[in-house]
Ligand binder design. Structure first.
Ligand code: SF4
Length: 251
């Protein structure tokens, strides 16, 4: 085998490994960005091969999540509804192996209706894309409360109590293999503990039988960038566990 063939084989193996990894994460479709006008013949082939319009990708497939969202409705179950612009339900792969759970939407999230899209969200996106070599749509991202607490205060106990049942139902619908709890409020709520995130982080816990890794919230990291290395240590444990799950599903 000459050098070019060897290099080609190496690339093929890397692509194969990456696709298998994403398949194990529940992603069975890969988005290919457009690369310019499609020649007429190729366009015909693409059209002929395209699935019927009513078929949805796994990301969009009707799921238990739709039922949970429908049940939530234009929720007024707690006082956070008074000041919100948008309910931030959650976003990502409805069949994700990995779910990130944060505390609640901030200003940017309230505006856009999407979780983790502000400065802290960019940091989480970096962790997912640069650190874990995944895409946001490979995982699912949501919060303990779905409406923004005024002035970014912590959600209050009555608000958490009102909203948490919907998080429980979201997780029951997704059935992830792993959960990452981001920050004090999320981790204390999920684990029903008074123990703080500083002592909990980095050690696997269990949420309803699902391994849960507590780590710092990205907003905390924006204020304390020196602790990014601690979060990276925690995320490396999550990556290792995902790889084990992936290997198990391929055997
Ligand atoms: Fe409803 Fe949750 Fe919003 Fe409260 S935070 S109004 S319970 S969706």
């Amino acid at each position: 085998m000459n050098e070019i063939q060897h290099e080609f084989l190496k690339i093929v193996m890397q692509v194969k490994a990456h696709l298998e990894y994403r398949k194990a994460l529940g992603v069975s479709a890969v988005a290919i960005p457009p690369c310019g006008p499609i020649p007429p013949v190729a366009r015909t082939r693409v059209t002929a091969a395209a699935p019927p319009a009513q078929e949805k990708s796994p990301h969009l497939r009707d799921s238990g999540l739709d039922a949970v969202r429908a049940e939530l409705g234009e929720c007024t179950r707690c006082k956070l509804h008074q000041s919100r612009k948008t309910i931030v339900f959650g976003e990502g792969n409805a069949e994700a192996l990995l779910v990130f759970v944060g505390e609640g939407p901030g200003q940017e999230e309230d505006q856009q209706g999407k979780p983790f899209v502000g400065a802290a969200g960019q940091l989480l996106t970096d962790i997912i894309i640069k650190g874990m070599k995944l895409q946001r749509e490979d995982v699912y991202i949501c919060n303990i409360v779905k409406c923004r607490p005024p002035n970014n205060r912590n959600p209050e106990p009555d608000e958490i109590e009102a909203c948490e049942p919907f998080l429980v139902k979201q997780l029951e619908a997704i059935k992830p293999k792993l959960i990452v709890g981001l920050g004090n409020v999320a981790v204390k709520t999920l684990l029903k503990t008074k123990e703080g995130i500083t002592s909990l982080r980095g050690n696997w816990k269990t949420y309803h039988g699902i391994p849960l890794m507590p780590t710092f919230h990205p907003a905390y990291l924006l204020r304390n960038p020196a602790d990014k290395k601690l979060v990276w240590e925690d995320i490396k444990k999550v990556i290792a566990e995902l790889e084990k799950i992936m290997k198990g599903s391929n055997e």
